[in-house]
Design a protein around this ligand. Sequence first.
Ligand SMILES: [Zn+2]
Length: 382
Amino acid sequence: MELITILNRCHRFPGFVYQHAQFSADNKSIDVAIRPRTGSTAVCSRCHLPAPGYDQLAERRFEFIPLWGFFVFLLYAMRRVDCPRCGSVIVEEVPWGDGKRTLTKAYMLFLARWARRLSWKETAECFRTSWDKVFDAVEHVVAWGLEHRTLGQIDAIGVDEIQYAKGHKYLTLVYQIDIGVTRLLWVGKERTIESFQGFFTAMGQAVISKICFVCSDMWEPYLKLIRERCSEALHILDRFHIVSNMNKALDKVRAEETSRMRREGRDPILKKSRWLLLKRSENLKDEQQFRLRDLLRYNLKTVRAYLLKEAFQQLWEYNSPAWAGKFRDEWCRQTMRSRMEPMKKIARSLAIIANSSSTISAPQNCYPAASWKGCTTRPKSQ
Ligand SMILES: [Zn+2]
């Protein structure tokens, strides 16, 4: 079997012909000559369309995947085209190469795959190439990946976290949640500022600066970074997460107070009150409504926490972000005076985003991103 036959099987390009393969003068490499197929038209590397030929440049060497200890080079004399669309003489585009790079695409992909398993230095040593060439290969593959994901403009993103490995580890997921376009944009390990930073780097400032809405939960590293990097965007706190955090805080206050009252030998007024307090009041049965009204007459921390939680629901009735912001600030002020640590913790999270002038915890119905939870798919590992 000849080398040309093998190349024609695995690395064949219409419009080009492998001519012959031979050892180089020093016997260290195999040189494979390529020529254009007779009658084929060269493609302009600027507009990527066929164009009339102009002249031919000196032969170039493109490094291919090494074989049995020999370097392999593809030898080809690039043509230049006189492109009527681009209005100038431009070098042709060849399917195995990328601009001025000396490595073939196939070899870059090959090196980049190994560079994921080994260090770049080890990869370079294994294939008797240089660290710079490995870097080139990785850079090419990463750039290719970003280019071939047509991001376009992104108006809204949703940031979510998932737990895996029995809840010991976290992944951060960022979705695009524009109307009609919901897709996973990025996955990062951990849910730290550093890992989340990777998303902004991957997307680039041009895309990030156009984002108008960010929807997230109340995890502090997310809140801080969103305020920093998307300072112009409207930050929409996910209603589901806020309500669920408030319920948890309220439940903590109730549990603490219940056990304190038991220790002090007081009447167990809070007994069986858990669901009365956690359910939305309109979902309670008549008898439960009556018991709740009775409970609310007592001067208890639990009651005050419940009233704060219920009061906060008004936030989603606002249509104006400015008034919603004023309401939230007032709620935070009251809560910070409440001496109930679980509730104060929520107020502090809300205050982080309140410090940015253009962010609010938004009214439910005004923004496209407000109900994105139902439209995203989650990895199976969850
Ligand atoms: Zn052109």
